[in-house]
Design a binder for this molecule. Sequence first.
Ligand SMILES: Nc1ncnc2c1ncn2[C@@H]1O[C@H](COP(=O)(O)OP(=O)(O)OP(=O)(O)O)[C@@H](O)[C@H]1O
Ligand SMILES: [Mg+2]
Length: 462
Amino acid sequence: MTVHHNPSQLPASENSLNELTLLYQFSNTMLSTIRLNKLTHLILTALTTSSSNLFERAFLFLRNEKSEVLQGMLGVTRRTAEGLQIVGSQEALGSRWEISEDVISLQRSTEFCAKVRATRIDINDSCPLIRRVIADRTLCHTNFTICHECGTCFFVRHLCSDTFAAVPLVARDSAIGIIVVDNPESGQEITQENLRFLQLFANQAGMAVLNSMLYNRIEDAHINLRDARERLLHGERLAAIGEVAANLAHELKNPIITIGGFAARLLKGLSEESKEHQYAGTIVKEVGRLEKMLADILAFSSKPTICFSVCDLGEILRDCLESCATTVEDHGIRLNVDNSRGSWSILGDAHQLKQVFLNLILNACDAMSDGGRLTISVSSASPENNSVIVSIEDTGGGIAQEMLSKIFNPFFTTKSTGTGLGLAIVNRIVLNHFGTIRADNTELGALFSVMLPLVEAEQIQN
Ligand SMILES: Nc1ncnc2c1ncn2[C@@H]1O[C@H](COP(=O)(O)OP(=O)(O)OP(=O)(O)O)[C@@H](O)[C@H]1O
Ligand SMILES: [Mg+2]
């Protein structure tokens, strides 16, 4: 079914019927379309399609209340407005419009639409015309000469043809956006009848657009709520796993120490050339690994006790480097340390902070099993922020993008011999010291940055 609305060619009664049918179809469409994107396409297509014969172009701006800016959302021309289908009841008054995804994409892809979407109108700086449409919520029909004389509005010069009309989208007593229409191809005057029609359209469209925006907001809130629930469940699951792991670790610790002790005694009594010596050596090594794993699990699951005292970060780092010097050397890693500037006093538990940097350095060594460069540097965070940043950067290839958000989760590991507790412990210690840690990828590897608050001078004296 096609509805023609051309007042100049039709008798008055037929014209009124067509007008009424269009309005009914429009109203039915508004009531049955909830997606904002589709709704805006339907509104502008209805205004520009040749079957309604109203305008040749229509463009829509929505208002951002916080920034008081009108943001260009969509522009439709008659050339791309031919895909309006009429669906629903056979009766004209019960039918509504539909638009396909193909037409939506076609409308989005035009140069005109891109130009509209790239336009932002600052309401407070804009021309009196726009201010009037928004503040007085009235339709304005004007020509370019008037606007050109005023000269304040870039958008008019940039987008509109000589004569155009702008109508507010009103909802709950406020203008939530504007629709602008014009006839650039034919240069035809905009008739009073079409303007009346535009006003009626806009009145309905405003409420529909607001409803759709509210629906989108509810949907976003729903998604956020679902994510939060999943995170909560994930947290609960992790806590349950942690408890089981802690109980297991506790039960396994004593027998493992016993096995390790006996294996070490056997090792001493066996000739170094014998196969048995080799076997006992493997037992001692593996038991050592198990002990470390159990110690990590217990450290992670027990309530942390922190002995705060003023400590020197430089000293802690030097201590760490001494402890892992052989590992660094064995991996053929070149070390680059830059913490010579300044003295870095922090309030913390030196033993736990050492654990932080040891874990990060050992991870970096693991990532550079065939050698590389390890750079450790200390710097001030920012003049306003009395904190220090320790950066540990390697050239081991970095961390896969999809894993970056998981590496601080307990038991997350990509290593066959890892427990995946290293970074979880590191994260917890840093947080307990009121600091933050972040992981990034660089061109050649991973960069871990630990930010810790520095001690104020008065705190040192006390
Ligand atoms: N410097 C790094 N380069 C590349 N990947 C890294 C680096 N540091 C951490 N990772 C990734 O993060 C994962 C988790 O690290 P985490 O230290 O928590 O556990 P782990 O090293 O696997 O085991 P462990 O508990 O023995 O430390 C690692 O398995 C690894 O995939
Ligand atoms: Mg580790």
